[in-house]
Design a binder for this molecule. Structure first.
Ligand code: IDC
Length: 461
């Protein structure tokens, strides 16, 4: 009877919902599974599985995974009802862990036997959704190499948003000036000790933006590998006293919700790992395009809580509609953001431009919007929006002067030797170790280096 009543209530509330709000929106899904063999002996082992729900809350779940070797068998488990069919193992949540809110974890385990090898299981799925979080031993504490005294990250410390500005540890507005990587899947050799030494010491850059493409042979092809590479670059920036902007470089498709589960998985991991560092800024979606502001806002309001759960005090940059043009490139304007801001604190909005394509109308938008919204120019180019063509010197200087005047932080596309006008180095530079001499710079690189390397004069009280 009790069960019948519960069923009736469920049916009634489903009908109620449908009648009130139309078909329910598809629930967000996503998960991370961490598998650890805690002990192993002749023919037997004990393993723990930590499962983290990165999607919407669930009130019941089944975890499935595959044991790769035919001789591997689950004998007895705990904190779930366990069963095995062929190589597929199922673990169903029990009374005390059946409900998992967003970001919540359940720890399960089992004792098993094996005959040949005992490889880690593969393809974890929670309620049928593959857990794209890495399947590894729990992460060890990251190395910390606190920035040396006098460097931008040491002087300014933990940043936060104050009014429409980015403020330092003395609650005073600061402007960070620096460079963006190109896609790290393509230009890995450009981000070496030598090149980052040049960026920190010769360029006196305040920040490195780490552009981790999600598609185009990026994150989606190797989540664990790209997460590790980003973390290494965060450490390399920290060791040189630079801020690191972790850019989840969505571009095509333009709707960031396409990558919602990946974003939750990625950011829960990098935010937990880097929570104690003071040099990290999270950029959750590079350039939304072909999508409404309400869709972008909805994405932001699902990803930001995942970051905050692990790293409560970091600044988060939210991409805007129309390739982060605050909507201008889609015929809209900043007013849709002002009227309907993301419901989260300590955030800034991205504004991107390419100086040869985007001129007075875009500068007017930035000037207007800067009075109402905290803005961060997390990407801009001196050339056309294709990333190529000639440097538009006049427009670039007008932009840089405006950003300085408004104290808006920026990262220039790109600190790389790509064969395109926006790159700072001539093609082939990253095959060598010389990033310092003037002969390796392009016109864009020379202009940016001259602008970025001037004294910062950050307030210290
Ligand atoms: C461009 C790169 C180019 C690459 C292309 C597609 O410069 O080498 O082939 O992406 O991946 C953006 C994007 C940024 C673009 C850049 C120039 O954020 O990924 O890089 N751009 O087109 N928005 C406006 C311009």
């Amino acid at each position: 009877m009790k069960r019948f009543l519960a069923l009736l209530t469920a049916v009634a509330s489903a009908i109620g919902l449908a009648a009130l709000a139309g078909p329910p929106a598809q629930a967000a899904t996503g998960c991370k599974a961490e598998y650890t063999v805690t002990s192993q002996w002749e023919g037997g082992f004990q393993a723990g599985v930590k499962i983290t729900n990165l999607g919407d809350p669930v009130s019941g779940w089944t975890l499935r995974f595959t044991l790769p070797d035919a001789g591997q068998k689950v004998a007895q488990g705990w904190n779930a009802s366990w069963s095995q069919s062929g190589s597929t193992v199922s673990a169903q949540g029990v009374d005390w862990n059946r409900t998992l809110s967003t970001g919540a974890s359940a720890d399960l385990g089992f004792v098993g036997s094996f005959t040949g090898a005992n490889p880690a299981p593969t393809s974890f799925a929670l309620n049928g959704v593959t857990c794209t979080g890495s399947v590894t031993d729990p992460p060890t504490d990251p190395p910390t190499d606190p920035p040396a005294a006098g460097t931008p990250a040491a002087v300014n410390g933990q940043l936060h948003v104050c009014g429409v500005h980015l403020c330092n540890q003395y609650d005073r507005p600061v402007q960070l000036r620096g460079m963006s990587t190109h896609g790290i899947q393509w230009f890995g050799p450009c981000y070496s000790d030598a090149s980052l030494d040049a960026l920190a010491q010769d360029w006196k850059s305040d920040l490195l933006r780490i552009a981790m493409y999600v598609q185009e042979d990026g994150y989606e092809t190797d989540p664990a590998g790209f997460t590790g590479r980003v973390n290494t670059l965060v450490d390399m920036a920290e060791a040189r006293g630079m801020y690191a902007v972790i850019d989840f470089h969505t571009l095509t498709p333009g709707d960031p919700n396409y990558n919602l589960d990946r974003a939750k998985t990625f950011f829960s991991s990098v935010a937990a790992r880097n929570a104690d560092k003071k040099n990290v800024i999270y950029e959750i979606a590079n350039e939304p395009n072909g999508v409404s502001w309400t869709a972008v806002k909805s994405y932001a309001e699902q990803v930001i809580p995942v970051i905050r759960a692990a790293d409560p005090d970091a600044v988060v940059i939210v991409g805007t509609r129309g390739w982060s043009s605050l909507g201008v490139s889609d015929g809209a304007s900043e007013s849709e953001v002002v009227a309907n801001p993301v419901n989260a604190a300590n955030i800034m909005y991205a504004f991107h431009f390419y100086a040869a394509s985007h001129k007075d109308a875009y500068r007017a938008t930035l000037s207007r919007a800067a009075a109402q919204l905290p803005l961060f120019v997390s990407e801009f180019g001196t050339v056309s929006a294709t990333g190529g063509g000639a440097v538009d010197r006049t427009s670039s200087i007008a932009w840089l002067d405006l950003l300085d005047q408004l104290k808006i932080s920026y990262a220039n596309w790109t600190y790389s030797d790509a064969d395109e006008g926006s790159a700072a180095f001539k093609p082939g530079t990253c095959e060598g170790a010389d990033y310092g001499s003037s002969g390796v710079l392009t016109e864009s690189g020379a202009l940016l280096k001259s602008r970025i390397s001037t004294a910062d004069n950050f307030p210290t009280s």
